[in-house]
Design a protein around this ligand. Structure first.
Ligand code: DAT
Ligand code: MG
Length: 148
């Protein structure tokens, strides 16, 4: 089944939003496949955001991601990439709908609390980058209560 890469950024960790964010993905019915709490270094953050390296905000973005520990996760479920992005909300939190994570918990685009893969192919790349050791294979005993 489809998987996505989700990262709670350093502001989300510092602000005590880890439990709340994990709860939202759990309650939706998505399944946790990998999780780690790590500090990343500059080269790693630059690799994660390589597609944005030409942007004027790239340096500030990398500084932000290395500024404290992050929670890196893999979540699985039907349509999890696109629906995960909906749970997260628009990139600029001032435009994110209330009820989304960024809409409820963030104001500035450079402190938008959470990352989620934007497509199935970028999810595959990001999961390989963050979890080269692989993910946990299991199926929730609630599976048949979530999927028909
Ligand atoms: P998203 O995180 O919603 O996938 P993105 O991939 O376009 O958005 O950009 C990655 C991060 O870079 C984003 O979460 C916040 C930052 N960012 C994007 N656009 C920005 C801008 N115009 N000014 C400052 N930071 C920006
Ligand atoms: Mg993105």
């Amino acid at each position: 089944m489809e998987q996505t890469f989700i990262m709670i950024k350093p502001d989300g960790v510092q602000r005590g939003l880890v439990g709340e964010i994990i709860s939202r993905f759990e309650k939706k019915g998505f399944s946790l496949k990998a999780l780690k709490f790590v500090n990343v270094d500059r080269p790693f953050a630059e690799k994660h955001y390589a597609d944005l390296s030409a942007k004027p905000f790239f340096n500030g973005l990398v500084e932000y991601i290395v500024s404290g520990p992050v929670v890196a996760m893999v979540w699985e479920g039907k349509g999890v990439v696109a629906t995960g992005r909906k749970l997260i909300g628009a990139t600029n939190p001032l435009a994110s709908e209330p009820g989304t994570i960024r809409g409820d918990f963030a104001i500035d685009i450079g402190r938008n609390v959470i990352h989620g893969s934007d497509a199935v192919d970028s999810a595959t790349k990001e999961i390989a980058l963050w979890f080269p050791e692989g993910v946990v294979h299991w199926q929730s005993s609630l599976h048949s209560w979530i999927y028909e």
